[in-house]
Design a protein around this ligand. Structure first.
Ligand code: 13P
Length: 253
């Protein structure tokens, strides 16, 4: 079985002091479980809270990541942060192509590919997000969207680059709505993504890549997802903001 990744995407929540406070509560909850031995635990605070998270996570098995980077290493790009900068701040992971970045900040599949390549060059582990919108889901276009996002954002990686990424299937209609996909729907989408990976990168690479589910994951529905062999962990938004709640989710890995 692939090693699971249990990840917390905090989005635009928690300043540095709140981040430190969270870790004070979260770390003891992990100390009493064997989850850190069984899965990768990654927390994605805002860029500004990354340094506080890195300090607070020191000595634990929790890794820290950023929620976004720009693909250039440096330059006149007001407001942006590079992969190198994130890495220098102690982050080891980064989320690329989250649907909120696609929706509100116009991120395209082409940008996703460039950001992923840049993240890898900077030594970060990318989690690339894909997923269909509500109207696409309703009109039966999920497969079409996933194939297109894979072709534009992932297929352009080299085999070596692909071996270092994880993918998150996050149907947009399930994000922050309380309306999660069923484990069955998620597993079907994961199989489709894995088959695209197989066509482009071969069977071994496709079997190795970790695909996470994200979208209204909560302590009371995580176990259903974890019963699916296809689902290699979760990218959790709202329910990761409370340490008790995220510890329960991690405990299901
Ligand atoms: P929610 O868990 O709040 O639905 O968010 C999911 C998400 O977008 C994680 O990246």
């Amino acid at each position: 079985m692939r090693r699971r990744i249990m990840a917390a995407n905090w989005k635009m929540y928690k300043n540095a002091a709140q981040t430190t406070n969270y870790f004070e509560q979260f770390k003891p909850l992990l100390a009493n479980s064997n989850s850190p031995a069984r899965c990768d635990i990654v927390i994605f605070p805002t860029s500004l809270s990354v340094p506080a998270a890195v300090v607070a996570a020191a000595g634990s098995s929790i890794s820290i990541g950023g929620q976004n980077i720009y693909w250039e290493r440096k330059g006149a790009f007001t407001g942006e942060v590079s992969g190198e900068m994130l890495h220098a701040a102690g982050a080891t992971w980064v989320i690329v192509g989250h649907s909120e970045r696609r929706q509100y900040f116009g991120e395209t599949d082409g940008a996703v590919l460039k950001k992923t390549q840049s993240a890898l060059e900077a030594g970060l582990n990318p989690i690339i997000c894909v997923g269909e919108r509500l109207e696409e889901h309703k009109s039966g276009k999920t497969a079409e969207v996933l194939v297109r996002q894979f072709a534009g954002g992932i297929a352009g990686l080299t085999e070596e680059q692909f071996s270092k990424v994880a993918i998150a299937y996050e149907p947009v209609w399930a994000i922050g709505t309380g309306q999660s996909a069923t484990p069955h729907i998620a597993a079907d989408a994961h199989r489709l993504i894995r088959s695209e990976a197989d066509k482009r990168f071969g069977q071994e690479a496709a079997q190795a890549v970790r695909i996470l589910y994200g979208g209204s994951v909560k302590p009371d529905n995580i176990e259903g997802f974890m019963r699916q062999d296809e689902i290699d962990g979760s990218l959790v938004g709202g329910a990761s903001l409370d340490p008790q709640s995220f510890a329960k989710i991690v405990g299901a890995a």
